[in-house]
Design a protein around this ligand. Sequence first.
Ligand code: ZN
Length: 272
Amino acid sequence: MNTRDDLPLSSAALDRLADDGRRVRLWWRDDDARTVTPELERLLELAKRQALPLALAVIPVGAEPALAERLAGASGVSVLLHGHAHANHAPAGEKRAEYGDHRRAEDMSREIAAGRGQLETLFGDRFRPVFVPPWNRIGHTARSMLPGLGLPILSVYGSAKPSGQDGPAEVNTHLDIMDWRAMRSVSVADADRRLADLVAGHGAGHGAVRSTVAGSESEGDGGGEPIGLLTHHLQHDEAAWRLVEVLLGLLAGHPAVTWPDLPAAERHPNAH
Ligand SMILES: [Zn+2]
C-alpha cells in the first residue's frame, strides 16, 4: 500500500515542510475505551506496528481492571479522563453534553474528581491529567474548575482557545476520521484535504518548528499547536480502519512529522 498515492495533497504539504527544514508535531487520541475488545486490540496493534504514542480517552464509569492489565503490557499508551459516564445532560433539542452548563457545579466537580482518582488508581503512571469532555463539548463552569481538580489540560476538537489566567491549557484534536452525521468515516480524499490544510497552516508558522542546527530539532519548546488525529475504535467500520492505516502510514514515517509524547510534554503553568 503506497499511502502517498492515497494522500497526494498531504504528502505534498509535508514534503514542502521537510524541504524547508521544518517539522510539525502530531498526536493521536482515541476515545471511549472502557475495556478490552477486539476493536481495542486492533487499535493497539496499529499503534504498535507504527511505533506511535497513543492517548486513550477512557470513560471512568465502567472502566474495567482488564483494560489496565492489558495496557500494562503495551508501550507508548497513555490514558486521559473522558468525562464521567458519557451521559448526556443537555435538554432535548440542544447539542449533547455531559459537562455543559446544565448542572450544579458541585455535582460536576464531584464526578470529575472521582473519575480522576479512579483512573489514577487503575492506570498509575499511564494516566495523564487531561480532561476530554464527551462530544468535545464543555461549558464555562466545568472548564474553569479543571485546574483546581488536578486537570491542567483540556482536550477538545478544533483550534485551542487562548488559556485564561486560571483556565486549562488545551491540547486539541483537529482531524476526526468520522463523519458523525453519516455515521461512517470521512472519505480518504476529504481527510487528505483536511490534513493538507492543517499542515499548510502549521507550515505558515503556526505550529511547525524550524530546526536550529542541522540534525537537531527544537520541537516541544516553542512550537505552536500540535495537530491531533481523532479516532473512535468502537465505531470504525472497515473503511474507517483503512483510513486510519493510510493516514498513519504517511504520518508515522515522514521526516517532517514528530510524535512527541504529548500530554506529558505539554507543560502548563498550573501543572503539578
Ligand atoms: Zn466519547
